[in-house]
Ligand binder design. Structure first.
Ligand SMILES: Cc1ncc(COP(=O)(O)O)c(C=O)c1O
Length: 453
């Protein structure tokens, strides 16, 4: 093992963020301290791999610091700069020129005076990329997701949602209505049953069906045509969040909307600029001017939040030009080559990947405690990937989320797989040392989220 065995209290290996979600007590500040104590125990044993910061650009090899300030460096599979555009010379130049012309700040909501010429060009360019849709811009992808549900859904309406839909969509739904109906992940039979029941009881109000074109923890995809058909059958509206695959997947960069020829199937498309498009920000794309204008004044995260900065608008505009160019196609082919190579090298090393080929490659770890050890070893050995644990994924379904970039080399991949295999062997051993007598706990992985209906 890379470090001598040091006993770790069980409390640092067990528990989850969910345990502290609803603290009791009248003093709002006092009741949050239990979380801090648990977090700090993990930190003390180097088992808190979150809130790390880069000290260099998020390139294939990068330097970073832990949340306690310890420096480390390594092969970076924890950035979502999928086409590696964040350091592209043309994009940096566009950002510099935007600063020269507009300064650094948009100084207002897009509903007032916050737009710039570049944000209008970005709307036009996105519209043409997405088959002529109307575009509304948001300061983040999260704001777009939240605003897309909160903007359209009212208290008597229903939201039918995949249990793994992103937090922005779930929070938007909670803000809009109490009629939220979750169905099991990608389970169209369960979705059908929900729709049947809702329509039998309520023919009058709206139903918004919410899904993602690429689920970011599982790297899997719904059948969008089948969802469209169900929406037509039950008079429902289909929303698809394409944060992770738009720009990065498919010959034309349209992600699964393009691969499934489903661009027209979604009534509402939302996307984020924070993955492939080298910036912060997001958008909603709808089919009519009426729907876009409604969002501009009724989705709170557009109306009551400052517009994209001039630098962000110029950056995304240039990134989109590259995404749509021959260079973009070449980068996507390189990215997919890296994805397939990583998945095959992981399989050769006896490691289990989840989902389908996409820039997100989840690697199964199992128990949270094993995952925490594995994350510590990976970082110490010079590999950087994000640990995902319950409640973001099912209990006992901890995983690394490797995020692949076009700029990774096969050598980066070979090295990281070797490091990962060692980190996982060490983690398994360390966990077993502390749990002698337990019944093969490391491999006990339930297959579904417990609260799924
Ligand atoms: C599916 C999905 N939607 C929305 C978002 C939010 O995007 P942003 O980080 O740009 O706010 C994310 C971010 O990770 C995401 O994974």
């Amino acid at each position: 093992m890379s470090a001598p065995y040091k006993p770790v209290p069980e409390a640092a290996l067990a528990g989850s963020l969910r345990d502290f979600r609803s603290p009791a007590g009248a003093d709002l500040m006092a009741r949050v301290t239990d979380f801090y104590a648990w977090q700090d125990l993990r930190r003390e044993h180097d088992l808190w791999p979150y809130a790390r910061s880069t000290s260099t650009a998020p390139t294939a090899r990068c330097e970073a610091r832990s949340d306690t300030g310890d420096a480390f460096s390594g092969i970076n599979f924890a950035s979502q700069d999928y086409l590696s555009l964040s350091s592209h010379p043309a994009i940096k130049q566009a950002a510099i020129e935007a600063i020269g012309k507009y300064g650094v700040h948009s100084a207002g909501s897009a509903a007032l005076l916050g737009n710039t010429a570049n944000s209008l060009l970005l709307e036009e360019s996105l519209s043409s990329f997405l088959g002529g849709r109307q575009i509304v811009l948001y300061p983040t992808g999260w704001a777009a997701g939240y605003g897309s549900v909160q903007g359209f859904v009212r208290a008597n309406d229903h939201v039918v949602m995949d249990i793994l839909a992103h937090s922005c969509l779930q929070e938007g739904a909670k803000a809009a209505t109490q009629h939220i109906h979750y169905h099991g992940h990608l389970n169209l039979d369960a979705m059908t049953r929900k729709l049947e029941r809702i329509r039998a009881d309520d023919p009058h109000n709206g139903i918004l069906v919410v899904t993602e074109s690429l689920f970011s923890m599982h790297s899997d995809t719904p059948d969008l045509a089948a969802m469209r058909a169900l929406c037509d059958q039950f008079n429902a509206t289909l929303l698809v969040d394409c944060a992770h695959d738009l720009g990065s997947v498919g010959e034309d960069g349209l992600g699964h909307l393009g691969l499934q020829n489903a661009l027209d199937d979604a009534d509402i498309i939302i996307g984020s600029f924070s993955k492939t498009f080298a910036s912060n920000g997001g958008f909603i794309a709808v089919k009519t001017k009426a729907a876009a204008e409604y969002l501009k004044y009724y989705s709170a995260t557009h109306t009551f939040s400052n517009a994209l900065s001039p630098v962000q608008a110029a950056t995304v505009l240039t990134a989109l030009q590259i995404v749509r160019s021959e260079e973009g196609r070449t980068l996507r082919r390189k990215l997919m080559d890296n994805i397939l190579y990583l998945r095959s090298q992981l399989a050769n090393a006896g490691l289990e990947t989840l989902g389908d080929p996409s820039p997100i490659v989840p690697v199964r770890l199992g128990l949270e405690g094993v995952g925490r050890f594995a994350s510590r070893h990976l970082m110490a050995l010079g590999g950087i990937a994000n640990l995902v644990e319950y409640p973001a994924v099912p209990q006992g379904g901890a995983r690394f989320r490797f995020q692949v970039m076009a700029s990774h080399t096969h050598e980066d991949i070979d090295q990281v797989v070797e490091i990962l295999a060692k980190a996982m062997r060490d983690a398994d051993l360390e966990y077993r040392l502390g749990h002698e007598g337990d019944q093969d706990p490391v491999l006990s992985v339930p297959s579904a989220t417990p609260e799924v209906v």
